[in-house]
Design a protein around this ligand. Sequence first.
Ligand SMILES: C[S@@+](CC[C@H](N)C(=O)[O-])C[C@H]1O[C@@H](n2cnc3c(N)ncnc32)[C@H](O)[C@@H]1O
Length: 200
Amino acid sequence: MAVEADIDIELLKSEIKKTYSSVSQEPERDFIFPTGRAWAEDLGYPPELANVPESAVESFAGVANPWAMGRLAAGERVLDLGSGAATDSLVAAQMVGPAGHVTGIDMTPEMLAKARSAAATMGVANVEFVEGEAERLPFSDASFDVVISNGVIDLVPDKDAVFAELYRVLAPGGRMQIADVTIQNPVSEEGRRKIDLWTG
Ligand SMILES: C[S@@+](CC[C@H](N)C(=O)[O-])C[C@H]1O[C@@H](n2cnc3c(N)ncnc32)[C@H](O)[C@@H]1O
């Protein structure tokens, strides 16, 4: 199954970029989803959140807490899929320490700029941010020990492509800690064509 819905993928991607560019540039706005530090605290984020600069956390737009599945070990190589403004990447950078490495990937340039600037403010050297798409990861096979992701895969119609890529880039024995939105009942064709339902 290549794509789950008869929608214009390029249009959908450009609407998603618009939405998350706005989350990065105007974090004080009211979105139809919760954002910011108070939301991450409500979700039970780990103590490392306190060290993540406000410039990142103000644009946190996760849907749940991937850290509820466990912490990372020192030295691990981590991929943050759809890293946004970098809250999870910068939590991960503290957990894996200087011997580990965190790579955030996102397709929205404004989010990437915010993430890079927050990493510089925090002074961490073990994090990098790459522009790219979840369905076509620009990384070698078996190059990560852990994938973390928060609120991203629900935005991608071709989920099979994303998971194929995640399995490809994870090293044998690797793991995923994914927080996301799932549905319990099929969505109608008409519902699937509504771009607004995808972007939020
Ligand atoms: C709901 S936000 C979550 C951001 C971040 N994980 C957080 O918790 O704050 C979704 C992010 O996924 C990115 N995104 C959506 N679809 C993507 C795709 N196909 N490839 C890469 N990034 C994508 C968006 O640009 C946005 O930054």
